[in-house]
Write a protein that binds this ligand. Sequence first.
Ligand code: MG
Length: 436
Amino acid sequence: MMEVFNAVMATPEPLRELFIDFDAWFASVEQALEPSLRGKPVGVVPVMTDRTCCIATSYEAKRLGIKTGMAVWDAKKICPDVRLVLSDTARYVHYHQQMVKAVESCIPVDKVVSIDEMACTLTGRWRQPDVAVKIARQIKQATSDVLPVTCSIGIAPNRFLAKMASKLDKPDAIRVLAATDLPAAFEYLELEDLTGIGRGMWRRLKHAGIHSITQLYAARSDVLRSIWGGIEGQRVYAELRGCSTYRPPSKRRSVGHSHVLPPEMRRPDKALAILHKMLQKAAFRMREMNYHASGMSLSLWLATDSQTGKRGSWGEYAQFAPLNDTRDLSWVLKELWERRPKGKKIQSLGVQLYDLIPDTDVSGELFPRRDHHPDLAEGNLSLVADKINKRFGSQMAFFGGAKEGLEGAPMRIAFTQIPNPALESDRPEQSRRIHK
Ligand SMILES: [Mg+2]
């Protein structure tokens, strides 16, 4: 076994990946925008009541022991002065988009992993440690020019290790992790701290007698294969050692619909209602295939311009952290729709969901103890709607016409999803956002 291990270690793995993870993103955005919150323990909450829990906490709060997921009443027991802020999804999404642009001014973003995480591929001389660190410093500068918040950056041979590296020295860190640093670099971590080890896998590992990261590293590839129940176990084995593994792309690349509008529907409100319906259908199909999407395109074909005699088409694409909920996706659609050329008649239109990712690959590890918090454990509304629709034939349940559905619903955000209605509830007006 050690021979295998040594053979892998003998080939130095180049630093192929750089991973950016913003520190306490929601709380940091609030502190950046509201100077009175800076330096204070802050808890971001989905609704202003003691019965909910903190969906994000500032580093000042974390240092006191107020962790993400902690009930507000418990947080107040630790620190009666904890500043509670109502989460404001629109803000977090807006600054997230600004941060993606800022990072792109330094290095191409290969994947927006979540609202506060981005993955970049290092090529050529960028793989030299000093060059990679220089890029990381540039990223920190460019992002802090947008908003005074910090991020932690991991640089490693593969994305899994780069993500782990970004967590090791948080906050405001740059960490280079070479394959030769392993497993020593993980010596203070628990199994469940590893990306991809959820509660189910944690139990399976324990059952197989693997209780620590050291034991995980000591296990043979075929042992991991049987624990994971397939090739994924061998990928984990290789990734732990810095190898770059290949995951076959999902067979399904996109799902969507397009439609020619009858003349009476060529008005923006009608067109949007149709688009919304097509999106609901596409999202339903995607969920049936057990996928999330992380891209959406909106295409419009416009009526002939009476002045130029030209027919036009217009399209826009949005990228986001993996979503499968209709209401989340509706929000993206609304964003795209608002960017359309105004004042033109629309003849036909289409909406497509792209970058489909199997549900099983969508990371949820930022929210490990969901089941302890009934407030946050509400089911996904889309799945409920799907069940009703499957049972009763067609679109019995759907998310209201474009207008009511979009304008009536305030947006909430949850961890790796942008945003998630599980955290939605009525919100007080803006002036009451900050409470002690
Ligand atoms: Mg983060």
